[in-house]
Write a protein that binds this ligand. Structure first.
Ligand code: PEP
Length: 254
């Protein structure tokens, strides 16, 4: 963590919780994170957005979506646009999660298009990048992260990065209980920051928050979040349990 960057603790609920369940979970979470001095976000299923936004109104808790389409409107059955999310006053959106890439055919090109659309509509945009286990074992992690980062940020200007957040999410660590070591995670975040420097400049790269995601929990958060290039966490499993998530928030703000 660096003082010049914002610390973000974001939960990714994935495909969990109905609207009623979401309302209850948000109600439990709010008093637990109300004193937090960092950005606290929960990214919920589309159908839970309304309930989560209503329940969190007037509190510091930010609500996010887990994806959005790159077109503003049109014949894209089943999709949701950035304009729709912005009108609902959704604060954040996750783009390019590895589950979207692996199961729903998303590519670096569509990730870039989605990110550009989200930023155009003023959404805080968390772009996920990360290598597979075989890519790490083949020694090409840096190339993979650099390529994913550069393609995701194509056609973006430095001035448009104010609401951009990157999440380093090694695929081998997501949902496996096997978090990256703090050293591996910090080195990867440093590689991503170096790629951002190559695309834009030092100042821009030093301003963008880079989160770590992959089996972060209340036991490993302190070590991960104390690393100089890690500016927060994207948390799946542990974000579904309000006390665990709140504990990570507490650790993040020190
Ligand atoms: C995620 O879904 O982005 C994630 C990091 O999941 P988990 O914390 O469960 O590994």
């Amino acid at each position: 963590m660096n003082q010049h960057r914002k610390m973000v603790i974001a939960g990714n609920w994935k495909m969990n919780k109905t609207p009623n369940e979401a309302k209850q979970l948000v109600k439990k979470l709010i008093p637990l994170v109300s004193a937090a001095t960092c950005e606290v976000v929960i990214c919920v299923p589309y159908v839970d957005l309304h309930a989560a936004l209503e329940e969190s109104r007037g509190t510091g808790l930010k609500i996010g979506a887990q994806n959005c389409h790159y077109e503003t409107s049109g014949a894209f059955t089943g999709e949701i646009s950035a304009k729709m999310l912005a009108e609902m006053q959704v604060d954040y959106v996750i783009i390019g999660h590895s589950e979207r890439r692996a199961y729903f055919g998303e590519t670096d090109v569509t990730v870039n298009k989605r990110a550009l659309a989200c930023l155009k509509f003023g959404l805080n945009t968390i772009i996920c990048v990360g290598e597979t286990l075989s890519q790490r074992q083949a020694g090409i992690t840096e190339e993979v992260l650099r390529m994913q980062t550069k393609l995701a940020l194509a056609d973006l200007t430095a001035g448009e990065t104010d609401k951009l957040v990157i999440a380093y999410e090694p695929i081998w660590a997501i949902g496996t209980g096997l978090a990256a070591t703090a050293e591996i995670a910090n080195n990867a975040c440093f590689m991503i920051r170096s790629a951002i420097k190559e695309i834009f400049d030092d100042q821009t790269a030093n301003r963008i928050s880079i989160l770590y995601g992959g089996s972060m929990n209340k036991n490993n958060a302190a070590e991960l979040l104390s690393q100089p290039d890690i500016d927060g966490g994207l948390i799946g499993g542990a974000s579904l349990e309000p006390h665990d998530f709140a504990k990570i928030v507490e650790i993040a703000v020190g």
